[in-house]
Design a protein around this ligand. Structure first.
Ligand code: DX5
Ligand code: ZN
Length: 216
């Protein structure tokens, strides 16, 4: 099965946002990291910049909301162009209700888990989601090292999804590069988020091609 590459624009040069989005045109989707300075100790940007990114490309947009009270914001981010809304399971009391709200507004619904959050309590609700994101770093910053122990969660999800014949994608996010993508692929991910490895390489398109060669 082919693995989708989702460049995270968090590490892009924002003074050249148009060129930076064009540079990842061969990717499968675009990963947009929204941080509020509360749920994570960093601040990125809000719906207006996210909308600008969406308008620069026809690619599928997954918006990763690292924010408190995501239920108050999904409407704004769907208006801004999110095709998939990824909220953190830790940030809301009723993830399933929020998934239903996202679906009613016409977007795909996903939840993310931080490294310290076990996946088992969420397995029974997986059929309400289109995608699950496993964080392989503590959320908040690009350029951190891949946490190999998080691959156990990917394996648990892969087994559960396959055994129950669910239509749910597994996303890995944080520290994915030309080395660690092999481990993620072996564990069974469907989508690999890649930030600094693509944007700090000097040639995003060539790096995407290299990642695809490794996965082939
Ligand atoms: C971290 C973000 C990631 C990050 C990925 O909180 O969710 O999407 O930008 O960047 P790298 O690939 O550099 O870890
Ligand atoms: Zn992310």
């Amino acid at each position: 099965m082919t693995i989708m590459i989702a460049p995270s624009i968090l590490n892009a040069d924002f003074s050249r946002l148009g060129e930076e989005v064009t540079a990842i045109a061969t990717a499968d989707r675009v990963h947009v990291d929204i941080m509020d300075g509360h749920f994570v100790p960093n601040l990125s940007f809000g719906p207006d910049i996210a909308k600008t990114v969406d308008q620069l490309t026809d690619q599928h947009m997954e918006f990763h909301l690292m924010i408190e009270k995501p239920e108050l914001w999904v409407e704004r981010y769907i208006e801004a162009g999110a095709d998939t809304v990824i909220f953190h399971a830790e940030a809301t009391s009723d993830p399933v209700a929020l998934a239903h709200d996202i679906h009613a507004r016409g977007a795909r619904a996903a939840f993310a888990v931080k490294p310290g959050t076990p996946i088992e309590p969420y397995l029974k609700d997986l059929s309400d989601f289109d995608q699950v994101l496993v964080m392989s770093v503590e959320p908040g910053f690009g350029g951190q090292s891949f946490m190999t122990d998080q691959l156990d969660k990917v394996r648990t999800l892969r087994t559960y999804i396959d055994e129950n014949k669910l239509d749910v994608l597994v996303d890995i996010d944080g520290g994915v590069n030309l080395e660690t993508i092999k481990l993620a692929a072996e564990a069974g991910v469907d989508v690999a988020v890649v930030g600094s490895a693509i944007y700090k390489s000097g040639d995003p398109e060539a790096t995407i091609a290299q990642l695809r060669e490794i996965l082939a």
